[in-house]
Design a protein around this ligand. Structure first.
Ligand SMILES: [Zn+2]
Length: 215
């Protein structure tokens, strides 16, 4: 069996795979003078034996090949607290879980601009849900800091996120995968701090018996 390097969701990265089966189809479009081919490979990870289908598409008019996997590649595992988050959120805050889910779908499908816009939208909605809408991003963010949800340092990072999201929407900025991963990291950190740490602290306060005043 021939071998190739390919992404394995189970192992979490590029691994050696055996090519169990391969089909190739070529096409050409005489009117536009382009041609290309599609290669479909059934791959088996030589580490964990997971089976994946890889589609490699090449078009003569483009420099790069396009590669997609079925099931979709997961380049970044979801946080372990995601299920706990769903249980912790009130019905009015469920948008946090839903939007995060959509951001992961965009990320796993290499839709980097959509993922960046999603992060911006998520952070804005989180801020507004906690501070009420103060009219502008800057005012919402200042109030978010005032109420102690973020430190000054974190506020600066959020400003950078909002600007990247804004640039993606309005200034034709195309974020790299590493940019988007940084944005998603930050978004996860904020969600965890705002919704999970808060509830853990509340639960802790309930468990700790109050101090007895000495008489
Ligand atoms: Zn594997």
């Amino acid at each position: 069996m021939d071998k190739t390097k390919a992404h394995c969701n189970t192992c979490g990265g590029d691994r050696n795979h055996g090519i169990a089966h391969c089909e190739k189809a070529s096409w050409s479009d005489d009117e536009y003078g382009v041609h290309g081919d599609d290669t479909y490979e059934m791959l088996k990870c030589l580490g964990c034996e997971t089976i994946t289908l890889r589609h490699t598409s090449w078009v003569s008019a483009e420099d790069d090949v396009r590669i997609s996997y079925f099931p979709q590649s997961i380049f970044r595992p979801k946080p372990k607290w995601l299920d706990a988050l769903w249980l912790e959120l009130s019905p009015t805050d469920l948008f946090v879980y839903e939007l995060l889910g959509e951001i992961y779908v965009a990320l796993h499908n290499d839709l980097k601009s959509l993922a960046a816009m999603g992060v911006r939208s998520l952070i804005e909605k989180v801020m507004i849900s906690k501070t009420g809408d103060k009219g502008t991003f800057a005012k919402n963010l200042a109030e978010f800091e005032n109420l102690g949800f973020v430190s000054t340092k974190q506020k600066e990072r959020i400003e950078a996120i909002l600007d990247a999201g804004h640039a993606t929407i309005h200034r034709d900025f195309k974020p790299a995968l590493s940019d988007v991963i940084t944005l998603v990291d930050m978004a996860e950190h904020i969600v965890e701090t705002v919704y999970l740490h808060e509830s853990k602290i509340t639960a802790l306060k309930k468990r700790v018996p109050p101090r007895q005043l000495k008489t």
